[in-house]
Design a protein around this ligand. Structure first.
Ligand SMILES: Nc1nc2c(ncn2[C@@H]2O[C@H](COP(=O)(O)OP(=O)(O)OP(=O)(O)O)[C@@H](O)[C@H]2O)c(=O)[nH]1
Ligand SMILES: [Mg+2]
Length: 312
């Protein structure tokens, strides 16, 4: 598939965005003041301790699942927040799938209940700690389910603190999703200044391992998040995609290799590349961060890419 040399332009059709300042806590688990293992919201203590204990149910096995895949802090939760906000402005509804987790899990039930308010309210960006393990579904304006989106803690995909990486096995629930009959849109997240850049080859290996588990109907999107931290932004929402792609290849050597096919007319991409900016994060004097959502062109481009891949 060909890349657009530039992304999105501002048009008059777009709904007006409301400016919202929200609090951000850049952690994915509950604060650990007791010296105990921190607990991931939406999981029991036992499940947090051993992710292989995590039990999930995918009730809808026909609707594609968009998996936000990436290490801790790459921006999965904030991508979900930004995308949800965008989808709301175009008349879509994003709602948690309550049956995803056992009904006895009160944390998950509470997260589901709080989700709609959390995304839109001035507390929404507390979501980095409040939305941690969740399956949501996206419905269009007439209630048709377009896709499901999975959001989970990064350490279950690639854990920089695990000496067994990149050979560390995925938790059972990731394998359950991987093997489910749903079509998958794997969104592999990359970023410009990854704290563990010295492990980028291992992260690439982990993605390649997963690639071997993708069926031909499954699709791949590389989301280059935190694009605002790069020199490739030309104007809000417009990115020099060629340079951005070269940068990803430099930062994550060989990352695209198994996603390219050699043919008689040359090599073609079996993936999409979407630069992304969830928003801006400003440190507050009183502590914490305030979040200002980024330009609408980014979630618009990401959503259009997802929709096209679902159709294709
Ligand atoms: N500059 C910039 N920073 C971002 C962007 N998106 C996320 N961040 C920063 O990255 C932090 C982590 O984002 P999260 O969405 O919580 O990351 P995550 O991938 O969900 O992390 P885990 O849940 O720990 O796996 C945020 O608190 C921000 O500080 C972005 O578009 N630009
Ligand atoms: Mg998260």
């Amino acid at each position: 598939m060909e890349l657009n040399p530039q992304l999105g332009t501002v048009t008059n059709e777009e709904p007006k965005l409301t400016e919202t300042i929200v609090e951000v806590t850049p952690v994915s688990s509950t604060p650990n003041t007791s010296g105990e293992e921190p607990q991931v919201l939406g999981l029991t203590k036992e499940e947090t301790k051993d992710p292989n204990e995590i039990s999930i149910t995918i009730a809808d096995q026909n609707t594609p699942i968009v998996v936000l895949f990436g290490p801790p802090s790459c921006g999965k939760t904030m991508t979900l927040v930004r995308l949800t906000r965008y989808l709301r402005t175009i008349g879509f509804n994003v709602e948690p799938v309550t049956s995803f987790r056992p009904s006895a899990d009160e944390h998950y039930a509470k997260m589901c209940k709080d989700f709609p308010g959390m995304i839109g309210s001035s507390d929404a960006a507390n979501s980095t700690k409040n939305i941690s393990f969740m399956l949501v579904r996206v419905l269009d304006s007439v209630g048709r389910v377009k896709c499901q989106i999975l959001e989970a803690p990064g350490e279950y995909y690639y854990n920089p603190d695990d000496p067994n990486e990149p050979m560390a096995e995925f938790p059972k629930y990731v394998n359950a999703i991987k093997n489910s009959s749903n079509r998958k849109i794997w969104c592999y997240m990359v970023e410009p200044h990854w704290k563990y850049a010295d492990q980028s080859v291992n992260y690439v290996t982990k993605i390649h391992t997963l690639k071997r588990n993708m069926r031909p109907v499954d699709k791949a999107i590389f989301i280059f998040n935190k694009i605002d931290l790069t020199p490739f932004v030309i104007s809000p929402g417009q990115v020099n995609a060629k340079s951005a792609r070269t940068e990803i290849e430099n930062l994550y050597p060989g990352i695209f290799t198994p996603f390219r096919t050699k043919g008689i007319f040359g090599t073609s991409d079996n993936f999409e590349l979407v630069p992304f900016h969830t928003g801006d994060y400003s440190k507050k004097i009183a502590g914490g961060y305030s979040f200002q959502e980024g330009p609408i062109e980014y979630p618009k481009k990401l959503w259009n890419t997802i929709v096209n891949l679902i159709k294709g």
